[in-house]
Design a protein around this ligand. Structure first.
Ligand code: OXD
Ligand code: MN
Length: 597
């Protein structure tokens, strides 16, 4: 053991590490300190072993290729485990804790043979902050350690804050690939899909992950802790853990508006979090791009922090014209996964700019623009320190967070859903969040392009019965009263009958955000419709926008017949929750039906 273990005075933590080491049988144990020296040493070792490639074009950047079977979150292998199935609810995979633990204990037995066991003390949120939580991840993956350095706050200070008996969330991880003596390691060790388990025991605040080295399955501070376990803690403790970006917009008059937005994976959250407004005088600052923890402050308003310290962004489609701030954030000190590597030792992906004449694709094969398969995997990722984003807010690490004015929900819908509308009130806003739907993307293993209801973009991330989660939203609204943020729904992805996007999106989305801010300020108009309040074309700032007025009108039109056609699917969606569906939601659906006539 190295020196830091001697610094750990926490008997329960030391005992847990000892037990896991006995079970997993690693060749040695390393307590991480989060230092640059540690990061550099691990990267050096991974370069030497062939697990990663340094990129000559980007200082201190490394490219990893995953096993082709281990490229995304595995929702089918993700479990929310309570003694009673009803507590996991209809949207989660469930297994009894005894059965799941027995199965996983067998898998963990000697699973770290030939590998180092790393102990990662990390904080989600600024270390010691009032909304922050401490996690300890045990892993046998140095790739995970380096990513955790960027995505969370890894430090020996975490152990100091923990002291002898502080509360922490144990996060157990193994790639599930023991090495026999003399066996040569592969660049990306992992277990076959049927042996992968991403398990959560919310009643114990406990995470057990096995078999995958990939992002959301393995960097346990992110989806597992900051969303699934945290959502269950938040319900018990009266706060919220949400799959939301956090953005600050400042008007030309200097008024600040704080916006959070929940969108399903790979629907443009990172782009919106780093928006460059096209309307003069409006300034945007990024606070977070994926997760928000929200708590009611002493003044009765809702305050949000970004619990993460980095961006784990989808690379394909990221370019100087779509997200210049992300491009500026990934120039150095980044980890890339499943991109293509060019002959001059840079990364490339579809949508980044002109294709290189030749590259090595994410599967380590020669690639040219004539190739039939993409050079980068559609879920290729960059891991970048948030502090490197040129538009990161000076308040992004404020321990008490920023006061939220606006919640946005949305998804990817080619039809039916207009560009933007405002909820009639909090209950109606909860209804909008609970019925949010989107066409599926490559962020999960499975079919792409099918419509699925993804309530609050939390479908894969809610750590308890989602019917109770809806109820928690109502209760938060009741507590917030007239200090509750306003709720909006957006759809940037509407398509024309010819299949072209009707709205230009990206920086032009600032026009929609400006309308929302002006609604909060009581300055902009709106028209009542059956689905909510929509801007009339003249309510939106369209100065300098190159968009045919008929297209704008179409984007802001509600067709009752289209919405009536949605009702059976909404009813079926709600029916799944049985008696855990809050009556207030059933009432909202009835009222929508009545309004549609
Ligand atoms: C993510 C996701 O990685 O939502 O953020 O899949
Ligand atoms: Mn996400």
């Amino acid at each position: 053991m190295n020196s830091s273990s001697a610094e750990c005075k926490h008997a329960k933590l030391n005992q847990w590490v000892k037990e896991m080491a006995e079970t997993c049988g690693p060749k040695d144990i390393h307590w991480c300190d989060g230092s640059k020296a540690e990061y550099d040493r691990l990267m050096k070792e991974m370069v030497a072993s062939g697990a990663t490639l340094p990129l000559a074009k980007r200082p201190n950047c490394f490219h990893f290729r995953s096993d082709p079977s281990d490229v995304a979150r595995v929702e089918d292998r993700t479990f929310i485990s309570y003694p009673e199935e009803i507590e996991a609810g209809p949207t989660n995979n469930w297994m009894h804790p005894d059965q799941l633990k027995a199965t996983m204990r067998d898998l963990y037995k000697d699973c770290m043979k030939g590998r180092t066991m790393y102990i990662i003390p990390f904080s989600m949120g600024p270390i010691g902050g009032p909304l922050s939580k401490i996690g300890i991840e045990i892993t046998d993956s140095p790739y995970v350690v380096c990513n955790m350095h960027t995505m969370t706050r890894v430090s020996t200070k975490v152990l100091e804050v923990l002291g002898a008996d502080g509360e922490y969330i144990p996060c157990m991880h193994s790639v599930g690939a023991p090495l026999e003596p003399g066996q040569k390691d592969v660049p990306w060790p992992c277990a076959p899909i049927e042996q992968k388990y991403i398990s959560h025991f919310p009643e114990e605040n406990l995470i057990w992950s096995y078999g995958s080295g990939y992002g959301g399955n393995a960097l346990l501070g992110k989806k597992c802790l900051a969303l699934r376990i945290a959502s269950a803690m938040a319900r018990r403790e009266g706060w919220m853990a949400e799959h939301m970006l956090i953005l600050r917009l400042t008007s030309p008059e200097g008024r600040q508006f704080h916006i959070t937005g929940a969108f399903p994976s790979a629907c443009g959250k990172t782009n919106l979090a780093m928006i460059q407004p096209t309307i003069p005088g409006w300034k945007a600052e990024c606070i977070g791009d994926d997760i928000a923890w929200l708590k009611i402050g002493p003044d009765g308003r809702l305050y949000a922090i970004n619990p993460e310290a980095g961006f784990f962004g989808v690379a394909p489609g990221t370019a100087y014209d779509t997200n210049p701030m992300a491009m500026e954030s990934i120039k150095e000190n980044c980890i890339f996964t499943n991109c293509a590597v060019t002959d001059d030792s840079d990364v490339w992906w579809e949508g980044m700019g002109p294709a290189p004449a030749h590259a090595i694709d994410w599967k380590n094969k020669d690639w040219t623009p004539q190739s039939e398969t993409p050079a980068a995997h559609p879920n290729a990722r960059f891991t970048a320190p948030a502090a490197q984003c040129p538009m990161i807010s000076s308040d992004w690490e404020k321990p008490e967070g920023v006061p939220i004015d606006i919640f946005i929900f949305g998804g990817r819908r080619g039809s039916v859903v207009p560009l933007v509308y405002e909820a009639l009130n909090w209950d109606h806003g909860v209804f909008l969040g609970s019925t949010a739907a989107s066409e599926t993307t490559a962020a999960n293993i499975g079919a792409v392009g099918n419509l699925r209801r993804d309530p609050f973009a939390m479908l894969p991330f809610c750590g308890y019965n989602m019917g109770d989660y809806f109820q928690h939203w109502f209760e938060m609204g009741d507590r917030l009263g007239d200090k509750a943020p306003k709720i909006f729904y957006v759809n940037w992805f509407r398509k024309s009958p010819e299949g072209k996007f009707m709205w230009p999106g990206f920086g032009e989305n600032s026009r929609v955000l400006k309308w929302m801010c002006e609604r909060v300020a009581g300055k902009a108009g709106a028209a009542d419709t059956a689905i909510g309040k929509l801007p009339k074309p003249e309510d939106m700032d369209t100065g300098g926008l190159n968009l045919d007025p008929a297209t704008l009108k179409e984007l802001l039109t509600v067709k009752p017949a289209d919405w009536k056609a949605e009702l059976p699917d909404m009813e079926a969606h709600f029916a799944k929750f049985g008696d855990r569906l809050p009556p207030r939601l059933a009432k909202q659906l009835d009222e929508l039906k009545k309004r549609l006539g």
